[in-house]
Design a protein around this ligand. Structure first.
Ligand SMILES: CC(C)(COP(=O)(O)OP(=O)(O)OC[C@H]1O[C@@H](n2cnc3c(N)ncnc32)[C@H](O)[C@@H]1OP(=O)(O)O)[C@@H](O)C(=O)NCCC(=O)NCCS
Length: 178
């Protein structure tokens, strides 16, 4: 029935690629679509991409990649989550929940025990609503030319395995942030 189809949750697709044009299709071509330009940070592109299309147009995205980190002096990996975006006209309808949830389902197959993201302070409650926890610790990240900086944005983490607990101790990313 058409009524059933229209009330079904939109499908989340694995995207073979995610270009600047794809991002602009979602968020437009403003200077600072994620509101983080003031940090002056250089960010990594993501490697795996998930999206939602609506009437042929890309309207939501989440990206993932594995990142080497050290937590409490032990080297390991996390799944970095970034580029979370929903088209302005489609926000507030649960699309971020859908696309982030689908990306995390995939992240559970990637190996690391935890996923990690950085977000602006006003988005902390949104990610908490999606099951993420703020990491109450400084996180050191790399910048070009090997410069190390303390991430000025909140860090959020979520377990990818039942019972996984974030280890104690200082956190350092051996890469640019994502
Ligand atoms: C941030 C962004 C992705 C959110 O997308 P969205 O589709 O509007 O989010 P959703 O509707 O899926 O909301 C997710 C959940 O957070 C909740 N939520 C939203 N704002 C909230 C807030 N201020 N406090 C608490 N919960 C909030 C929603 O109610 C929803 O929970 P529910 O599914 O249990 O009802 C979107 O606003 C965006 O693209 N912004 C510009 C780009 C950006 O800043 N990206 C973030 C990069 S980290």
């Amino acid at each position: 029935m058409p009524e059933n189809r229209s009330s079904a949750a939109p499908a989340v697709l694995r995207l073979p690629q995610y270009t600047k044009a794809d991002q602009e299709e979602i968020l437009g071509n403003g200077d600072d679509p994620f509101g983080v330009a003031s940090t002056g940070l250089t960010w990594l592109p993501k490697e795996e991409h998930f999206g939602i299309r609506h009437e042929g147009r890309l309207v939501a995205h989440t990206g993932l990649l594995r990142l080497p980190v050290s937590i409490g002096g032990t080297k390991t990996e996390v799944v970095g989550v970034g580029g979370v975006a929903v088209a302005p006209g489609m926000q507030g309808q649960g699309l971020a929940r859908l696309v982030v949830t689908a990306a995390l389902e995939h992240a559970r197959t990637m190996g690391p025990q935890h996923a990690l993201l950085f977000c602006r302070p006003p988005l902390v409650p949104l990610y908490q609503r999606l099951g993420w926890h703020p990491l109450d610790k400084d996180v050191i990240v790399e910048q070009p030319a090997g410069r190390l900086v303390t991430m000025p944005l909140p860090t959020m983490v979520t377990p990818l395995r039942n019972g996984a607990r974030w280890p104690s101790g200082p956190v350092r990313l051996f890469s640019l942030p994502m």
